[in-house]
Design a protein around this ligand. Structure first.
Ligand code: NA7
Length: 553
């Protein structure tokens, strides 16, 4: 493999564009910008490409979207040549795919690894960004693209005594590259979101004893993961363009056939048959059984109770089953997809501890104290998730016009135009930023749509001699108001989840992704372009005076 840092080191310090992050977003952004003839440097905190699929190496880590569609579609050659082996591939396979993409498109030389960005500052005089990494290196570029990921800033609880624990502490999203051997150990897992749900069954098989600390029981649909059928793969590959188009025309960028408009419009028997067939099929398509889960509490309760009954049927200990049965609305938090998750609680070496009311008080050298009880453990796994959507951006000190601080401006929640750009931060773009559909969709099509929009925008600007772009404050405020307004129409915005920051102490409660669906959002982005980049101001190379909705392409 190319040693990217050796190559990158000799390329100078001034670029046309700097991209922060070498996950699926940063890699494709690099590819497209280079295609425009730009000199680009990607700065990546990790030591390889893949982003989410580089960092999340915990046991059992898998994608929860069917991979024939959770993959790039910008290159039909890539689409045809890459062979996925499983319905939901493992982290290892996804990381191998990311490395293959970097090889195939020659991306390595322009990526600088182990270079976490700590600061990014706009200069109005020079009309460029200065981007600084943790080791003090400074690079400059006219454009800066934040491909920093929606779920990348790790959320680590601040338990009293954590640093004095005598065993090892791991976070699922910062797993050691060489793996961890839990054989013969008493292990604690804190957290039962997707990462906990995927890792718990695998850790339980290895550990001497596993104690799971659950704050909220989640809805977990079986994955029914399996090897892909070669005939089915060939059929999908032969029809990729049409199938991808169908997925892009769907609300979530995933093609999930909708069972019906309302769960309440059909008989209980019919409804349960629909739920049973989706449970047997497995995966996220359960969400599309009926269209009114997020608008009707009654409809929602039918799906919730169906899943609770499944849990009661699987878990032998009735007290444990009731504890695992989720109390919150179905789909309020992100739905989990698991393998043998509930079955794992039938094992003799697994204990479940409820920390919803009596919380974890402290970590002692020998274990975890909850109220009066101390659970002795040798290792602690924090499956406690992320400071989602805004965390990665706010952890960088981003300074715009007049030294405006992004952290300060977003103190009460994110404000961005289309989730793509931010007023007062010229020539800065975000990929799948807050205010775009992002985490409510299949991430890769959403990433590609943003990267394509940014690339086309920069090409249009260059064709017209423009070098500065910035959203107008009133357009940004109108978009933020719209994002909030439609979030309020959905029950999804009413309950605790990382979508609205409720998993992080002190984070403002704002529903961050755009909930109007992928097709509506794409249409809006197209309309903005058709109207001459409505809501953006531009300035020319030589003359930086502003032009309102500067030009018509
Ligand atoms: P999630 O989904 O945010 O899950 C984190 C879990 O950790 C969740 O059960 C939390 O409970 C729990 N948690 C967080 N902080 C604490 C503290 N302080 N004490 C006890 N329990 C805690 O993160 P994941 O990594 O599992 O998944 C993230 C996304 O990746 C997922 O949605 C998929 O899109 C892929 P809570 O629910 O907040 O009560």
């Amino acid at each position: 493999m190319t040693n990217a840092n050796d190559n990158a080191a000799g390329a100078g310090t001034d670029f046309d564009a700097i991209v922060v992050g070498a996950g699926f977003a940063g890699m494709y952004m690099l590819h497209r910008l280079r295609g425009q003839g730009m000199r680009v440097r990607v700065l990546e905190a990790g030591s390889s490409v893949g982003g989410t699929w580089y960092w999340n190496r915990y046991p059992g880590a898998r994608v929860d979207t069917e991979t024939m569609f959770y993959s790039y579609q910008f290159s039909s050659e890539l689409e045809q040549e890459w062979e996925w082996t499983e319905r939901y591939p493992s982290q290892q396979e996804l990381h191998a795919y990311a490395r293959h993409v970097a090889d195939r498109f020659g991306l390595w030389p322009d990526i600088q690894f182990e270079s976490p960005v700590v600061k990014s500052t706009w200069s109005e005089n020079r009309q460029n960004w200065t981007v600084e990494t943790a080791d003090g290196t400074s690079l400059t570029a006219r454009y800066c693209v934040m491909a920093t990921g929606c779920l990348s800033a790790v959320n680590t609880p601040t338990y009293k005594g954590l640093e004095d624990f005598s065993g090892s502490v791991y976070h699922t999203a910062r797993w050691p590259e060489d793996g961890v051997d839990f054989s013969g150990l008493r292990v604690a897992v804190i957290g039962t979101g997707s990462s906990g749900v995927q890792s718990i069954p695998v850790i339980a098989e290895q550990a001497k004893h596993l104690t799971v600390f659950q704050r909220t029981g989640n809805y977990v649909i079986p994955a029914h993961n399996r090897a892909l059928d070669p005939e089915k793969v060939a059929e999908i590959k032969a029809n990729y363009p049409a199938l991808r188009a169908k997925a892009r025309a769907s609300f979530s960028g995933n093609y999930f056939p909708v069972g019906g408009p309302s769960a309440m419009a059909v008989s209980e028997d019919e409804r349960n048959r629909e739920y049973e067939s989706r449970w047997q099929e497995g995966g996220l398509a359960f969400m599309a059984a009926y269209a009114d889960f997020m608008t009707s509490e009654e409809a929602n309760e039918t799906a919730s109770e169906f899943i609770r009954n499944k849990i009661r049927g699987i878990v032998k200990d009735p007290t444990m089953a009731e504890l695992l049965a989720p109390k919150q609305l179905f789909m309020c938090k992100r739905l989990c997809v698991g393998t043998d998750y509930y079955e794992t609680y039938n094992r003799d070496n697994v204990t479940l501890v409820d920390v919803s009311e009596t919380v974890i008080d402290e970590i002692l050298p020998e274990g975890i104290r909850v109220g009066e009880t101390v659970y002795d453990v040798d290792a602690i796994v924090l499956a406690t998730g992320f400071d989602a959507m805004t965390g990665a951006l706010k952890r960088i000190d981003i300074r715009g016009v007049d030294n405006a601080s992004l952290r300060d401006l977003w103190e009460d929640g994110p404000r961005a135009y289309l989730g793509l750009a931010i007023s007062k931060f010229p020539n800065l773009f975000m990929i799948t930023g807050p205010g775009s559909p992002s985490v409510l969709t299949n991430m890769i099509p959403s990433i590609e749509q943003h990267v394509d929009w940014i690339t086309d925008c920069l090409a249009d600007m260059r064709a017209r001699g423009m070098s500065r772009i910035e959203p107008e404050p009133d357009a940004q405020e109108a978009w933020v108001a719209h994002v909030n307004e439609i979030a309020d129409l959905s029950m999804r915005s009413t309950c605790s989840s990382w979508y609205l920051g409720s998993n992080v102490d002190g984070k403002p409660r704002v529903f961050m992704p755009y909930i109007g669906g992928f097709p509506a959002y794409v249409r809006k982005c197209e309309e903005v372009v058709e109207a001459g980049y409505a809501g953006f101001s531009f300035a020319e190379h030589a003359n930086h005076s502003f032009m309102r909705c500067g030009y018509r392409p």
